[in-house]
Design a protein around this ligand. Structure first.
Ligand SMILES: [Mg+2]
Length: 319
């Protein structure tokens, strides 16, 4: 394990460091908050011994700061000269995991390292298992709707049904308008909240269990509508525009509207896509057109645009 000793006393850093090394671990040392935070940025630390009484920032304050900054949990054991019980409470409340009185005893320190190593290893196994589960899962962790992986599976299955049953299948591809400006101005945390709210608004517009809504990536979403004709998909497009106008998620940095809007591209199997990948490409092209036309709207894929280059004469958007 990489173990960090934070103590303003050089003697303490040396003593605890020697015990850490004797136990077969790698000691790192910092005399205060500034140095400690630098080390934590560079090295993956598994355990921290933290002096409570330090000039500038004390151990409790530094612990709170580390807990705020660091996403993954690192066990922190306080070292203190104080014998006051309320001190112990404050330490645990600031985010510490254990508490040792000075002067320290090498046998006790060694035992605590062993005990913490067990917890650290369990935590690592748990983290690995969680990551694997999330990868295997078809759910987008942020919004709770299907992710791209799940969507690709649904698309394959529904496309297969479509080719067998010869029923029209439609797709609506959505791209949130000016989402970069949202993130840049409101921050990523509100950006995440906004994605959640957006996906729930879209979800509320889908009434059939066979319909699939997925987060395709970033601020892109996609809806798959089996057994649905193009005009049915267009109706959903209209409903989404209305629903977003009612929801009015504030976006004062959008040139389109003072609230969050989306550009949508709609296509269906009637344009004789050879496979499901082509269907996505068609929908994507239609999104591009919706953006070119001013955003906050849907646009329907126009095959003639590709083939003859006279697409401007044809307006399918009125469907
Ligand atoms: Mg001290």
């Amino acid at each position: 394990m990489n173990i960090l000793v934070i103590d303003d006393s050089k003697l303490m850093r040396k003593m605890v460091g020697a015990i850490i090394a004797a136990e077969g671990n790698t000691p790192h040392a910092a005399s205060g908050a500034e140095r400690a935070l630098k080390i934590l940025d560079k090295i993956t630390i598994d355990l921290i011994f933290m002096d409570v009484e330090m000039p500038k920032m004390n151990g409790f304050e530094l612990t709170r700061l580390i807990r705020e900054k660091k996403q993954s949990w690192i066990p922190i054991i306080f070292l203190t000269a104080s014998t006051d019980d309320t001190h112990l409470t404050e330490g645990i409340e600031s985010g510490g995991d254990d508490y040792m009185m000075k002067p320290i005893n090498s046998v006790v320190v060694a035992a605590k390292i062993k005990a913490m190593a067990r917890i650290v290893n369990m935590k690592k196994e748990l983290d690995t298992a969680n990551r694997r589960l999330l990868q295997l899962s078809n759910v987008d962790a942020l919004t709770g709707i299907m992710n791209r992986r799940g969507f690709n599976e649904s698309l394959k299955r529904d496309w297969k049904n479509h080719t067998r049953e010869q029923k029209e299948i439609s797709m609506v591809f959505l791209d949130i308008d000016n989402f970069k400006a949202f993130n840049d101005n409101y921050g990523h945390q509100r950006g995440d909240e906004c994605l959640k709210q957006f996906s729930s608004v879209i979800n509320s517009q889908l009434k059939r269990p066979m319909d699939t809504l997925a987060r395709y990536g970033g601020e892109e979403f996609v809806i798959l509508l089996p057994n649905t004709a193009l005009d049915g998909a267009a109706l959903i497009g209209v409903n989404i525009i209305d629903a977003l106008a009612r929801e009015k998620i504030p976006h004062q940095f959008s040139p389109v509207a003072p609230y969050l809007t989306a550009s949508m591209g709609i296509t269906s199997s009637r344009f004789s896509a050879e496979n499901e990948t082509i269907l996505i490409q068609q929908a994507d092209q239609a999104v591009y057109k919706a953006k070119m036309q001013g955003r906050n709207r849907y646009s329907v894929y126009e095959p003639k645009l590709q083939e003859e280059g006279i697409g401007k004469l044809i307006n399918l958007s009125a469907i």
